[in-house]
Design a protein around this ligand. Structure first.
Ligand code: SIN
Ligand code: FE2
Length: 213
């Protein structure tokens, strides 16, 4: 019988919560106000945009990047690029606080030595979802993915090795971090359609840190 989400992930202290093997949820891990200020600086140089999918669709989630590499999608496919195709300039630098946060969270989840070279910044408006997918465009799959939730709460969906079957539902809130690596590095995951907050203009941001090269 399915149990309520709260039971599935009940935790008595601030230790990382195991969502699945090699998937950890760090609740209330980071104060997000400084992160939002950094996002505003990044977006001033590399504006949020709705990327084109290889088959001609438009991504519902708005994206930008910071760091030496940025994730990009267009008619030619998914890939990492060292310049913002929209401006022709390098992506904004990865804030030092971002890289430090990613490394600290990865280590707390059991993945020491994480040095991300890409921070993909996602922005979800209410009504936006992210379908089940895997992050496999990175060169070094030995490095984890670190995902930081900012703003409106959401439900992160963990499907695991296949996208069949009901996913684990992880109610991620502002300041939560999810880390997946090792045997879970190529796990399917997504985000359930975002509910509006009390303020209809409120959004959710998400930082995903990757080692692309
Ligand atoms: C992603 O899979 O790239 C984003 C996950 C999230 O927004 O929590
Ligand atoms: Fe992803």
């Amino acid at each position: 019988m399915p149990r309520p989400t709260a039971d599935l992930f009940a935790s008595t202290d601030d230790a990382p919560v195991a969502i699945a093997t090699d998937v950890r949820w760090l609740r209330g891990y980071v104060d997000t106000a400084p992160l939002l200020a950094e996002i505003a600086t990044i977006a001033a140089a590399a504006p949020f945009r709705h990327l084109q999918t290889p088959n001609g669709g438009r991504m519902a989630v708005a994206m930008t990047n910071a760091g030496p590499l940025g994730w990009h999608s267009d008619a030619r496919g998914y890939r990492y690029v060292d310049r913002d195709p929209q401006t022709g300039r390098p992506w904004p630098a990865m804030p030092a606080a971002f890289a430090a946060l990613a490394a600290r969270a990865a280590a707390a989840a059991g993945f020491a030595g994480f040095e991300p070279d890409c921070c993909l910044v996602n922005r979800y408006a209410p009504g936006t979802q992210l379908g089940a997918h895997r992050d496999y465009d990175e060169h070094d799959l030995g490095q984890p993915i670190v995902s930081v939730s900012i703003g409106l709460p959401a439900v992160f969906l963990w499907y695991g090795p296949t996208r069949r079957g009901p996913p684990r539902r992880v109610p991620v809130a502002d300041g939560d971090v999810v880390v997946f690596g090792g045997s879970a590095r190529l796990g399917y995951h997504g985000v359930r359609r975002l509910a509006a907050g009390a303020d209809p203009a409120a959004v959710r941001h998400n930082l995903t840190f990757r080692r692309a090269r």
